[in-house]
Design a protein around this ligand. Structure first.
Ligand code: PGA
Length: 257
């Protein structure tokens, strides 16, 4: 089965030329590229295999919302995926579960594919994996309020489990714990909403650990931050994504020559 690899560029790179170069080197099937808003158009124009995504969305239509970017504008630009509720936005922008829920409902109603990020901080994980599961369950409860009443297609909701302490630290979660969490999320959403979402893992995914992570049947893909800015490393990760293997190796060789 093919796995989905999401490249979250965060606030990188510096300019459009670098963004285009990075996009071209990351343009594989089953890859989603999420550049910063200023590069969205240029990156979109340079993708033929990968899909275009964003790192955020605003819930309102066109209107008086200074500084925000509406789902309407994203649709116009050919955006297919939106990351919602990333821990960096929860921390630095003080995004609450209520805001995240508003964004999620609007994006689902717009038929965008939502990558909802959840995950616990270090002090919770230090209490054990069950404490982490409780934390994630509470986030999901709040972030998914009202989804029964919106235009919900199963394939449009994806969950990214990203333990905060694993993001950008070089220390990824233990595989058995990630697998346990992915199964927990799947069971929860099946019993509560009859949903079978893809569950991705994020947090220091790199060329060295991707194979092991992506080989687990419970984990449907990866949300990649730092390593998505290094083309060769990112291509290695894509290569491990099983069904893409032959295709990606072929493109990889072409890219190198
Ligand atoms: P990282 O970031 O791969 O640099 O840990 C992942 C993320 O924040 O989505």
């Amino acid at each position: 089965m093919s796995k989905l690899i999401i490249a979250n560029w965060k606030t990188n790179p510096l300019n459009i030329a670098e963004g285009i170069e990075l996009a071209k080197a990351s343009d594989f099937p089953n890859v989603v590229i999420c550049p910063p808003f200023p590069f969205l158009n240029a990156v979109g124009e340079n993708l033929t295999n990968a899909s275009l995504g964003t790192q955020d969305v605003f819930w309102g239509n066109l209107g008086p919302y200074t500084g925000e970017v509406s789902w309407r504008q994203l649709l116009e630009l050919g955006v297919k995926y939106v990351i919602i509720g990333h821990s960096e936005r929860r921390i630095y922008l003080k995004e609450t579960d209520e805001l995240i829920n508003n964004k999620l409902i609007a994006a689902l109603n717009a038929e965008l594919k939502v990558i909802l990020c959840v995950g616990e901080p270090r002090e919770i994980r230090d209490k054990g994996i069950n404490a982490a599961k409780n934390y994630v369950e509470q986030q999901l409860d709040k972030d998914l309020i009202g989804i029964e009443n919106c235009k919900l297609k199963n394939e449009n909701l994806l969950i990214a489990y990203e333990p905060i302490w694993a993001i950008g630290t070089g220390i990824s979660d233990k595989l058995e714990d990630t697998i346990g969490m992915a199964s927990f999320i799947k069971t929860l959403l099946a019993s509560r909403y009859s949903l079978k979402p893809l569950v991705l893992y994020g947090g220091s995914v790199n060329a060295a650990n991707a194979k092991e992570i992506l080989s687990a049947k419970e984990i449907d893909g990866a949300l990649v931050g730092g390593a998505s800015l290094k083309p060769e490393e990112f291509q290695e990760i894509v290569k491990f994504s099983t069904a893409l293997r032959a295709y990606a190796e072929n493109l990889y060789i072409k890219h190198q020559s």
